[in-house]
Design a binder for this molecule. Structure first.
Ligand code: SF4
Length: 409
């Protein structure tokens, strides 16, 4: 195609997306060629049409990593350990309940409980845990596990996902996120995590979770494994098709989408995938946020990830298609990171909420506290200040020890 024809094809794709119409594979690919100011403006315009134009939302909650023992051993994962390896852990119920107390103390309304695929933990361990959580913390919504962890339970028990997920739901699990997705193209998965669940199994288990009535708080894309632009588009369009089917069959789909770049330095893939300069990574990240808003016209909420990208880039994402800033999840890891950093602080949660609300205000929106279903709880947030990148918490992204800052497994 001549350059002028390519430009006009891309411009037509952009017009079509802004009008809320479906894009073909070629049209989504063409979006990556649109100059950034036009792409960002189009994605932002669509976001203003699809969600409340005055506010950007966030939530208060926590993440609990219950075990880092895992037999899947993805090459890109710095989180997992073998069973007897130094640093391997599995939390006791008392330790998990202690973290739940902390989430309750900060006013958290949701928790994400994830870990590795640990064959020493039988199904009854999970059932007992969820019963304890439901009995002790009925006000806290429990999102837990991932398609990979459910596949692990299928192998362990010989039962299928439908029965397992129904039992877990009965015990008190409210939702399962679309984690362990990365890029849902088997060529990429085989190269970066040969024993990871296949794309087919990911879709099978995600669909089953929605069918049994579990909530799905988000689905994701993780970039930076050397995947091609066409493979990224294949991932996005597979999610769009899956969302269509889930909404039509079950009236229950992904509540939000988020994207982030993989951090491969501490993993076995370090140096095996093309490394980008941090500025380039930020530019690419923002472009993915914008393209996703335009391509996934059946997923309403798009989240900006400050833990991986920092508040500056996350704020820019709020003006390029995102309408929600990932909130205080990982508060336990962040508190530990703050203590490890030796920086003085009074109340890390309060400081964190100030930063989250400050980032939203600086992007030009009213910070609105929401619940997991995106119902607005407080239209002016809970702090209402515009503190931004305070010395006490800047740099935290670099010191947290989680596998990645957004989700496990
Ligand atoms: S990404 Fe998840 S499944 Fe893969 S090794 Fe890490 S903890 Fe295990």
């Amino acid at each position: 195609m001549k350059a002028s024809n390519t430009q006009s094809f891309a411009a037509n794709a952009l017009d079509r997306a802004v009008a809320g119409r479906r894009l073909s594979r070629e049209q989504v690919l063409a979006l990556y060629e649109i100059p950034w100011p036009e792409l960002a403006a189009a994605a932002h315009g669509l976001r203003l049409q699809q969600t409340d134009p005055e506010i950007a939302t966030y939530s208060i909650g926590g993440n609990i990593d219950y075990t880092n023992v895992c037999v899947v051993a993805c090459k890109f994962c710095a989180f997992y350990r073998a069973e007897h390896q130094k640093g391997a852990f599995t939390l006791t119920f008392d330790e998990i309940l202690g973290q739940m107390d902390e989430i309750r103390r900060i006013g958290g309304r949701d928790v994400l409980i994830q870990g590795g695929v640990n064959p020493d933990l039988p199904l009854k361990w999970y059932l007992e845990l969820f019963r304890l959580l439901k009995a002790g913390y009925p006000e806290i919504h429990v999102d837990a596990l991932s398609p990979e962890e459910i596949l692990g339970l299928e192998k362990l028990t010989g039962r299928d996902a439908e029965g397992l997920l129904a039992d877990l739901k009965d015990a008190g699990m409210d939702g399962m996120p679309g984690a362990s997705a990365e890029i849902l193209v088997d060529e990429v998965r085989a190269r970066t995590a040969p024993t990871r669940l296949t794309a087919r199994n990911w879709f099978r288990i995600s669909d089953t979770a929605l069918r049994v009535g579990l909530f799905n708080p988000w689905v994701s894309m993780v970039t930076g494994f050397g995947e091609t632009p066409a493979q990224r588009v294949e991932h996005l369009l597979a999610l769009r098709e899956h969302q269509d089917i889930a909404l039509e069959r079950h009236g229950n789909g992904f509540a939000a989408f988020k994207v982030w770049p993989a951090r491969l330095e501490p993993t076995r893939l370090n140096g095996k995938a093309p490394a980008a300069h941090p500025d380039e990574t930020s530019r690419e990240y923002l472009r993915h946020v914008a393209v996703a808003r335009l391509a996934l016209n059946n997923i309403r909420n798009h989240r900006a990830v400050w833990r991986t990208m920092g508040f500056g880039v996350a704020g820019a994402a709020l003006r390029a298609g995102a309408n929600d800033l990932c909130g205080t999840g990982s508060i336990n890891a962040i508190t530990a990171a703050m203590m490890a950093s030796g920086k003085p602080f009074q109340d890390p949660t309060q400081l964190l909420i100030q930063q989250v609300e400050g980032c939203i205000s600086a992007a030009g929106f009213v910070p609105a506290l929401r619940d997991v279903h995106y119902n607005i709880l407080s239209r002016n947030g809970v702090v209402g200040t515009a503190l931004h990148d305070s010395p006490a918490t800047s740099g935290l992204v670099a010191v947290s020890g989680r596998k990645n800052e957004e989700a496990n497994a």
